[in-house]
Design a protein around this ligand. Structure first.
Ligand code: C2E
Ligand code: MG
Ligand code: MG
Ligand code: MG
Length: 287
């Protein structure tokens, strides 16, 4: 960490670069008090079974409404939080809030994004276990979403940590699949339950034959390894129907439902009734 900072400071003067570093520094300072100031919240995006469009799960996504900076995207502040160490408290805040909220959603599973820095924390697994117990939620309702970077950088440690989380009952999901560097053989060494095809592939579905072939092969890969495949970033009905045709098991994206506050999920479930089927007007026949 100190070395990174020193390296940054040693970079020759460059106005654009300095503005970026300065902005990150100011974000980092503002982020420190964000939890206490009630600026953080959690929204939930449904994950849907492709065959019958029933909501089976939600993904928790953190939001920051800063008094100083306005709404800041997690794409911008999560890396800063990793750098400053604030990610540990933010992660616990999100997990705790998710535990509270999901009490109103019986039968629904919950995906939680986990940064590499959190997994490196020696007390991470124990902390999650304690929070879940305190809220009386069983770990097997969760899937922890991790990205490939972490596995590639330190596979031995990652393997040990993931095995421990699995043994506690937590499910594991490989997020943003296809954007990293891990090979197929490599993937077999880790106990993932879900594989999430990155939205960059989905956005090209239907227009780029290579994307179609790649998605097909990822779905076949999941089948072969007995890992359920989730496609994220579905924005059109055409993408949805193509993925159903390709027998992708789960789907997620703005076309199905956008991320929403807990009350929105509660209202949606009440409206959908027992089937939990979203988009009732859509024709599911033919596939
Ligand atoms: P992710 O885990 O891959 O989450 C998916 C992102 O895509 C979310 O952005 C979601 O709002 C967005 N999304 C969902 N459907 C669509 C769609 O149809 N089209 C498009 N273009 N985007 C869609 P968001 O909420 O801005 O989060 C961005 C990233 O920040 C997440 O990517 C995740 O890596 C990270 N993140 C979010 N919340 C947390 C958290 O609580 N902890 C950690 N460690 N990371 C988080
Ligand atoms: Mg995710
Ligand atoms: Mg993703
Ligand atoms: Mg991501």
């Amino acid at each position: 960490q100190a070395k990174n900072a020193a390296e940054r400071d040693a970079v020759p003067y460059h106005p654009g670069l300095e503005t970026g570093a300065l902005h990150r520094k100011r974000l980092g300072m503002a982020l420190r008090g964000a939890i206490e100031a009630n600026e953080l919240s959690v929204v939930y995006q449904p994950i849907v079974r492709a065959s019958d469009l029933a909501i089976v799960s939600v993904e928790a996504l953190v939001r920051w409404d800063s008094k100083e900076f306005g709404r800041v995207s997690p794409v911008d502040f999560i890396p800063v939080a990793e750098e400053t160490g604030a990610i540990h408290d933010i992660g616990k805040f999100v997990f705790q809030r998710a535990c509270q909220d999901m009490v109103d959603w019986p039968g629904l599973k919950m995906s939680i994004n986990v940064s590499p820095a959190q997994l490196r924390d020696p007390s991470f697994a124990n902390d999650l276990g304690a929070i879940a117990r305190r809220h009386d939620v069983v770990p097997n309702r969760f899937k922890l979403e991790l990205t490939e970077g972490l596995l590639v950088r330190n596979p031995t440690i990652a393997k040990r940590k993931l095995a421990r989380l699995k043994s506690m009952g937590f499910g594991l999901s490989l997020d943003d699949f296809g954007t990293g560097f891990s090979s197929i053989g490599y993937l077999r060494q880790f106990p993932f339950d879900w594989l999430k095809i990155d939205k960059s592939f989905i956005s090209e579905l239907g227009s780029n034959p290579t994307a179609n072939a790649l998605i097909q092969s990822m779905i076949a890969l999941g089948d072969a390894m007995d890992i359920a495949v989730v496609a994220e970033g579905i924005e059109t009905v055409e993408q949805l129907q193509l993925l159903r045709l390709l027998q992708c098991e789960f789907v997620q994206g703005y076309y199905l439902a956008k991320p929403m506050p807990a009350a929105g999920i509660t209202a949606l479930l009440a409206e959908l009734g027992e089937s939990r089927r979203i988009l009732p007007e859509l024709d599911l026949g033919g596939y």
